[in-house]
Design a protein around this ligand. Structure first.
Ligand code: URP
Ligand code: ZN
Ligand code: ZN
Length: 464
């Protein structure tokens, strides 16, 4: 058998088993996994002493997103280079429909922006902002074309993105028939808007600054919306995925709903697992952390980690939406004008490995499940991606658990001039990232080629 690349002697970590073996790769696919493979002249990569894991999937990124009066500053090219540097071999971005316009066109336009630019594979969630009979039909057609998830926002009324309960209900009804999944941004729009208006005064802004972001988005606003969405999923038999879940209370709702047979899955993000809303108290830097939903409390961190460990929180993804300090400065002291979002795709793997595995909270096998296998399963990419087996894409991350790194934005590929995790002492770092058989990053530096990434079609009825 001939190979293009052989990964030799690493410890392969999968949810179901951990074992030492060689991996033979040909034409972008894994073609052999054996105790010993002779490279027969092919490039051999020594992985002894390293963990060999499936490349991570970050199923929640917003690259070059026009949002909050600016455009997120990691574009498809640099954002996917950053992904590669961080051990991420697939990203899923969003094609958000314009009001009065077609959902299919939004997908087509977004593909044009990404194709030829991406350095690792990508897919898109359809973003539904204008529900009508045509959109419903387009949704069904897109499922056949490999787009099997659709985002609905329960907030962003003023941007014209909000889906009300009737729309969410109908979207979920559709998924019970077509096997797609509704991914939902769950917060209570009307209460949020009321609180924002109430606190949006000169006196309050002088007194609390960016901390008003916390005061206007209490945990109950997420809890209430997740409960409501879960209720609609239950009665419709629809398939629901909660994105960027930030509270312990919401995690409990998901736990109960799963026990009740509801087809519900949930994602959380590093910012909710590693930071608390104390960050907003810093007068100089608090506004940088403005994201939506905002960062919550210590007890939320504890509850979310518990969910990841016990199995009712299914995925870690990042909600990457990079705004640099210049863009963030647009807030000028007004919390309603902060561009919402932060960098993250490049740092998900090492930060979650450090705080999850190295700290003893979760096992390496669970880590693989959370960042690779579960997102691949839920979003219809398994076993093409999210695992290491013969026939799968050769998307592989070699991870060095002995590497100690102090995280600094200065060493990252992202276009961002700050990091929410600046100074974090990392216990382990991706050593090599392989995307469809090509080495695309080494020791955190991009060595791949722009345009190597492809759009990947997904299947419906994904689940874990
Ligand atoms: O603040 C964030 N997360 N920006 C991106 C849009 C969203 O709500 O996911
Ligand atoms: Zn959101
Ligand atoms: Zn998002």
């Amino acid at each position: 058998m001939s190979f293009d690349l052989v990964v030799k002697g690493g410890k392969i970590v999968l949810p179901e088993k951990t074992f030492i073996a060689d991996i033979g790769i040909k034409d972008g696919k894994i073609v052999s996994i054996k105790k010993e493979i002779k490279s027969n002249g092919a490039q051999a990569l020594d992985a002894k002493g390293l963990l060999v894991m499936p490349g991570a999937l970050d199923v929640h990124v917003h690259l070059q997103l026009p949002f909050c009066g600016t455009v997120s500053c990691d574009d498809f090219e640099n954002g996917t280079k950053a992904a590669a540097c961080g051990g991420v071999t697939t990203v899923v971005d969003f094609a958000i429909q314009k009001k009065g316009d077609s959902l299919a066109k939004a997908v087509e336009d977004r593909k044009k922006e990404a194709d030829g630019k991406v350095a690792v594979d990508y897919s898109l969630h359809g973003g539904i902002t204008d529900w009508n009979e045509k959109t419903r039909q387009e949704m069904n057609d897109l499922v056949k074309d490999g787009i099997t998830s659709f985002k609905m926002f329960m907030i962003y009324r003023s941007q014209g993105w909000m889906a009300d309960d009737g729309i969410l209900f109908q979207g979920l009804e559709e998924t019970a028939k077509n096997g797609a999944i509704i991914t939902v941004h769950a917060e209570s729009a009307y209460v949020l808007d009321l609180l924002i208006e109430r606190y949006h005064t000169k006196e309050m802004m002088e007194k609390y600054g960016a901390y008003l972001h916390t005061l206007t988005r209490p945990c109950v606003t997420e809890y209430e919306a997740v409960r409501r969405a879960a209720t609609w999923a239950k009665v419709t038999g629809g398939r629901l995925y909660i994105v960027h879940m930030s509270t312990s209370e919401a995690a409990q709702v998901v736990k109960e709903a799963k026990a009740d047979g509801v087809r519900i899955w949930a994602e959380t993000c590093p910012q909710y697992l590693l930071l608390t809303d104390d960050v907003f108290k810093n007068k100089e830097t608090g506004h940088l952390y403005g994201t939506c939903p905002q960062i919550k409390k210590k007890h939320d961190q504890v509850g979310l980690w518990e969910g990841l460990k016990k199995g009712y929180v299914d995925v870690v993804a990042t909600d990457t939406c990079t705004f640099n300090t210049q863009q963030k400065a647009m807030w000028q002291g007004d919390f309603t004008k902060i561009p919402f979002g932060m960098p993250g795709v490049e740092t998900m793997v090492p930060t979650i490995y450090t705080s999850g595995v190295a700290s003893g909270r979760i096992k390496p096998s669970r880590f693989v499940e959370l960042v690779a296998t579960n997102p691949a399963k839920i979003f219809g990419l398994y076993p093409q991606k999210g695992t290491i087996r013969v026939g799968s894409d050769a998307d592989i991350m070699l991870f060095d658990t002995t590497k100690k790194v102090t995280l600094s934005y200065k060493n990252l590929q992202t276009n961002c001039d700050w990091s929410p995790f600046e100074g974090m002492k990392l216990k382990g770092y991706p050593a090599v990232t392989i995307s469809r058989g090509k080495i695309v990053a080494k020791d955190g530096k991009f060595v791949g080629s722009v345009g190597h990434g492809r759009f990947v079609k997904r299947k419906p009825w994904g689940k874990v």
